[in-house]
Design a protein around this ligand. Sequence first.
Ligand code: GLY
Length: 401
Amino acid sequence: MKNKTAILLIFICLSISKVIPAQKQDSFKPDPSLIGVINNALDKAVTQYKVLGKNLPAGVLPKTFIGNKKLETSSSTWWTSGFYPGSIFYLYEYSKDTALLHEALNREKLLEVEKNNKGTHDLGFMMFCSFGNANRLFPSKEYESILLTSAKSLSTRFNPTIGCIKSWDHGTWKFPVIIDNMMNLELLFWATKVSGDSSYYKIAVTHANTTMKNHYRKDHSSFHVVDYDPNTGNVIGQKTAQGYADASAWARGQSWGLYGYTLMYRFTKEKKYLTLANQIAHYIIDNPNLPADKIPYWDFNTVDIPATYRDASAGSIAASALIELSSYTDSQNKLLYLKTSEKIIKALASPVYTAKPGENGGFLLKHSVGNWPGFSEIDVPLTYADYYFIEAMTRYKKLVK
Ligand code: GLY
């Protein structure tokens, strides 16, 4: 009798699965209104970046716009220097506006000197977001050589005893490695692909493995800074610099990790990276402190929630990463990741986050937090919030095409 019931149940399940295949139940249907929203936001970005370009003195790169009146800029040495030309390359790709292209080509010249900079881990951000995008659109030997020299400079910061690239030379740390550093690995993978020299690839993989071991907690959130003893490779401390507390989950750090382990899977196809990327995605998406519009507060654990600031940059980085991760994962996660990124894009494209034309110093997005504990760049526009928002929208359009 039991056997008969079991056979009947199996028969019913098989019949149902033929009528509604599992794939279909979870399949993603793009939000029909979103492409219009995205094109509108990209048009606004084109207008804004022309305003920003006009406001920007020669020889510098934009950082932020403080107090709704003061444009802050940097030299090429600052970690954010590549985002402005990088955003413009994406906007040129969208608009084919040659005035924008001239501006990007002009400003990227300021950055070339950084290819020899061995004093920071940020070369991936600086050089790959600028020259990497330039080379993607206009491949050339000259760009290749700049990027390869940059990868070489970045590799000099790798310590084989620790198995990591050193992030900062400043402060009282011995050998600080921050979760943000995962983002710089893309330059190294690219360098191996182009040069055939596997040492870049090996450094990237070793760095990611060490980071996986020492930055990640049981709940799949990440410490911001891990300090190592450069002689023994031992962990000295698991700390924060920009988060609420050592044990808290600084929001942008969670997004950097999500993006970083997603790109690790892109280049290696190693399952453990995909598993971690999925776990980080769930840490963010399932977090009880993630607001309904999916734009995180600047730290998931700050005691001030909900009476504190959002970080649009954490949202835009996560949206871009989730779109890529959706293409590597099962149908249920794919649906979750794409629906979440749609929500983030919609929220960021709304007047709550997107500036009115001509306002916000020419930046596209408002409401990011750079460094709360450092009392710096709180509730302001930031170049990288714009960059990853523009990238997320570009990725979404390519995905649904
Ligand atoms: N990479 C520095 C930051 O995210 O603020």
